[in-house]
Design a protein around this ligand. Structure first.
Ligand code: ADP
Ligand code: MG
Length: 683
């Protein structure tokens, strides 16, 4: 390749040893260009300093150097399972070493040679379970990067590729940050930070590089958002809706309850947006039970009085059905036409619905992803509402937004996000918050019991069932030990069948079931055909089963506060008093605190703040997509201070005269440049 075309954005196939296969493997890691590769940062480091075995703890990962004194023996102890054993002498001590399922190392371990082994120390047996054989010549570093990998590409390969990319392309790494900020915050150059983050000489060095990279990441992100926000303010490309206020007031007067102060406030915030010529882009967050549905209904109703159609999208069929039922009731005394469209809608009905939608006969269409399929055409789409927004991918939301001529968009979520975090992370959205519960709501009584008290729980469960109430039993399923967790759920299900199966129907729900089956089980529970539902955490966030009054959460300390609160919100939705029992023997102080806090408050926002304190961003929002933007290196919680500073600087810069000049901050603009359609920063 000649120098003119050599850039950091060249495909990784320009690197040595990258053929078609490897190209594909890299693509799985979303690595396409050299720059992608260089920005595939290690997620942690392995400390490979050699330690003195008299000072290491049991199960600690350590590096040993020693001479091989007994050559390796491979034994096969089960089908496809083997063990490689040998001994070394390190500091005059003989240490047995065992590698599992790495029999191929045999040829690299020869008597009389000195080797370096990384492994887990067993202080009782005074032996090492080998994890990796470190070749003694290369990788002499004491601080080694660990990358996310896939089955098709190994750590070693990544290290080599990154190393060669750095050698070849170092001088081409763009410097993005404005000089004055580099100076002001003592940042390292982009190139230097990238080089160090991959191959630091010490922990301290890696932290310095991290800080610079995080600052840059947050800064560019904030700049994008602020830019989008400014642009959106300037351009009037939305629909101005002249709604009928007296009619809306009349609608509100038919509600069987008085709106809470928060509902009134939020309805006003949305109404204001509807009337403005800009496109609404608003997040409505409210704890479970805070009454989001009525707020959504009012927005749909207002849009209808202005002569526009609305779409209301839910993540599952069962939730869509539930909304259909609730909204039909709310709208019954009006001649507003509402329809349901899901994957299960019969072809004949679907055809009619699509025609009616196109001709404008349908005013509100409720449904699942079916709402955004290609052939779904609207007559005059003015408002899109999505429930539990985080369950939708960027593309789906994008398609939905493109269905109309810039319809207003309202995302609803029951995951309370601490205010400080929300402002910084969702800076491009306006946020409405329902921070008040309807009066008369009975808080869910929460108890924390030890595993040994399970009999008490059974007695209580029996009482609830006798009362014709239904029960949820939740088991954790957290990805790493997925199979074991699944087994736990199955065992719990069996034990409940033994205990209650004669008199009651028991159901089992988990993520491995096809979604049709999941919905079927959920529906059966809703219809009280199942009385006890044993489930992993897949139970739907918004599904309403008012007759369920007891929630038992096993190993509750394995959940974060936010998630426990979400789960607890499945009960307490009817008139009967509800109870949540946390069964846990927490091993850590933190776990005990979490259990305690749960018994003390029902306030989701308070809990999310506490969760922030106790755990990090990653845990708070769960492993699933939560709607919070994913950063490559920054952590919204841990690095919150950097985020705030980056935000302030981004706002200042964007408003400065210099920034308006066309040829200023060229590299920065290139990296923060966005079109309207990529502006969705969630996900
Ligand atoms: P969520 O925010 O979890 O979606 P919902 O909209 O489903 O909450 O409301 C929960 C329950 O509270 C519903 O039965 C609803 O009718 C009722 N509700 C909503 N607003 C009020 C209110 N202001 N006063 C009394 N009950 C209300
Ligand atoms: Mg809801």
């Amino acid at each position: 390749m000649n120098n003119q075309t050599k850039t950091i954005y060249n495909s990784v196939k320009n690197l040595p040893n990258v053929g078609e296969k490897r190209l594909e493997a890299l693509a799985e890691l979303e690595i396409f260009t050299i720059y992608d590769l260089l920005r595939h940062f290690p997620f942690r480091y392995e400390d490979l300093t050699v330690k003195d075995i008299t000072e290491v703890e049991d199960k600690e990962k350590i590096v040993l150097i020693g001479e091989v004194v007994a050559s390796p023996v491979v034994s096969y102890y089960a089908p496809k399972k083997n063990r490689l054993s040998f001994r070394i002498v390190s500091d005059k001590v003989v240490i047995p070493i065992t590698f599992f399922n790495q029999h191929f190392l045999k040829n690299q371990i020869n008597t009389g040679e000195t080797i370096r082994v990384f492994g887990r120390w067993d202080s009782q047996k005074r032996s090492l379970q080998g994890i990796k054989l470190l070749s003694s010549d290369i990788e002499k570093k004491d601080y080694e990067p660990v990358y996310h990998t896939t089955k098709r590409i190994k750590q070693k390969t990544l290290v080599k590729l990154i190393d060669s990319a750095l050698k070849d392309y170092y001088s081409l790494i763009p410097e993005i940050m404005p000089d004055f900020l580099v100076t002001k915050f003592k940042l390292l150059s982009n190139a230097r930070s990238i080089q160090i983050i991959h191959f630091p000489n010490s922990e301290k060095e890696s932290l310095i590089a991290r800080r610079s990279l995080i600052f840059q990441e947050f800064f560019v992100y904030q700049l994008k958002m602020q830019e989008w926000k400014e642009k959106n303010k300037r351009v009037n490309h939305g629909i101005k809706k002249e709604y009928d206020l007296p009619k809306i007031k009349e609608f509100l007067s038919t509600l069987p309850f008085e709106l809470t102060g928060a509902q009134k406030r939020v309805i006003n915030e949305i109404a204001k947006d509807l009337k403005l010529p800009q496109q609404m882009y608003r997040l409505l967050q409210g704890d479970v039970g805070s009454g989001k549905t009525v707020v959504a209904a009012t927005a749909l109703f207002s849009t209808w009085t202005a002569g526009y159609q609305s779409a209301f999208m839910a993540p599952t069929e069962i939730l869509a059905e539930q909304h259909m039922k609730n909204l039909s009731e709310l709208f019954q005394s009006n001649d507003l036409t509402i329809e349901l469209l899901t994957g299960s809608t019969k072809a004949k009905d679907r055809k009619r619905i699509l025609t009616d939608l196109k001709t404008g006969k349908i005013d509100v269409l409720i449904g699942t992803h079916a709402l955004i399929q290609k052939d779904v055409e609207y007559h005059s789409l003015g408002l899109v509402i999505t429930d539990e927004q985080h369950r939708f991918g960027v593309n789906q939301r994008k398609v939905l937004r493109e269905k109309g001529v810039h319809p207003d968009v309202l995302f609803m979520t029951a995951t309370p996000i601490p205010r400080t975090l929300a402002i910084s992370a969702f800076g491009d959205m306006d946020i409405s918050t329902l921070d008040e519960m309807p009066s008369g709501r009975k808080p869910v009584k929460t108890y924390w019991l030890k595993n040994s008290q399970v009999e008490q729980v059974d007695t209580f469960t029996k009482k609830q069932l006798k009362n014709n109430s239904q029960v949820y039993v939740i088991n954790p399923l957290i990805d790493e030990s997925e199979n074991m967790d699944l087994q736990n759920a199955v065992e719990t299900y069996e034990s409940y069948r033994n205990k209650f199966g004669k008199e009651y129907e028991i159901g089992l729900l988990h993520g491995k079931l096809p979604s049709k089956d999941k919905e079927e089980i959920m529906r059966a529970f809703k219809q009280n055909k199942i009385q006890i539902l044993v489930s992993t955490t897949v139970i739907e966030v918004g599904v309403d089963v008012p007759n369920a009054t007891l929630m038992i959460i096993n190993d509750a300390d394995r959940f974060g506060l936010a998630q426990l609160h979400q789960l607890r919100g499945r009960v307490g939705r009817g008139k009967k008093e509800s109870t949540c029992i946390l069964l846990a023997n927490p091993k850590t102080e933190n776990g005990k605190i979490r259990m305690q806090i749960m018994t003390e408050t029902n306030d989701g926002f308070l809990l999310s703040e506490k969760d922030l304190e106790l755990r990090g961003q990653g845990d708070i929002f769960g492993k699933q997509q939560s709607g919070v933007p994913q950063f490559k290196i920054g952590d919204l919680v841990e690095d919150f201070n950097i985020l705030q500073v980056a935000r302030e600087e981004a706002i200042k810069l964007i408003r400065s005269k210099e920034f308006q000049q066309e040829d200023s901050f060229v590299e920065l603009k290139k990296h923060s440049q966005i079109s309207m359609d990529d502006s969705i920063v969630l996900d």
